[in-house]
Design a protein around this ligand. Structure first.
Ligand SMILES: *[C@@H]1O[C@H](CO)[C@@H](O)[C@H](O)[C@H]1NC(C)=O
Length: 201
């Protein structure tokens, strides 16, 4: 007799359909309970030909002014080492230094270097620089480049990595070269020429 297994399999088929429907219904109810659906992580299409524009290399040249004295200093000491240390080791300053197009402080302002530099070397005068170059010039107004690196200030050329950026400098990478243009031994005020090479979109 072949009807028994046939009936049996039809019964199983119907049962599985009912179960499937119930599982779907439960899922639907759960969705309702959660309300909005949150996604923590989603991968996005990473095709350079489709994403934004072509990556380009830009070269910026400007002057960085560290003004410690006078009515309106642009950098202030926020940490003094607890005792006299070689090469000022342990000192920290907060800066909001003007960036100008030319070497004169009065020349066109293109942005500000905001951040902290700290004396991090006992062997020589060597600073740890952490600063955001916040541009105000033209289409770059509001975009930033983040520089973090080592700055042994007595060397002719100091190179520091560009570790990122915002606005027009999203995904930025590159490097900055600093050359002291002028330094006042008495006040500590300095003007430094910066050449920044940055890859961005
Ligand atoms: C830069 O943008 C700010 C705010 O968006 C604006 O107040 C300022 O005038 C702009 N600066 C220049 C130089 O365009």
């Amino acid at each position: 007799m072949a009807t028994k297994p046939v009936l049996c399999s039809i019964f199983i088929l119907i049962l599985s359909q009912i179960l499937m429907f119930q599982i779907q219904a439960t899922h639907h109810n759960n969705d309702d309970d959660d309300g909005e659906e949150y996604k923590f992580l989603q991968s996005v299409d990473h095709n350079p030909r489709q994403r934004m524009k072509r990556e380009k290399l830009s070269h910026f040249k400007f002057y960085w002014h560290d003004i410690l004295t006078g009515q309106n200093p642009s950098a202030v000491t926020i940490v003094s080492p607890p005792r006299l240390m070689a090469n000022g080791f342990g000192m920290m300053r907060m800066m909001d230094n003007p960036l100008t197009l030319g070497p004169e402080l009065g020349s066109k302002l293109v942005g500000r270097a905001q951040g902290i530099y700290a004396s991090a070397s006992q062997e020589e005068i060597g600073l740890l620089m952490t600063m955001n170059l916040a541009f105000t010039e033209g289409k770059y107004n509001g975009s930033t480049i983040t520089v973090m690196g080592r700055n042994p200030v007595l060397h002719t050329v100091r190179e520091m990595p560009v570790i990122g950026g915002s606005g027009l400098f999203r995904f930025a990478r590159g490097y900055a070269q600093a050359r002291t243009q002028w330094f006042d031994m008495n006040s500590g005020d300095a003007t430094v020429e910066y050449n920044v090479y940055v890859l961005h979109y």
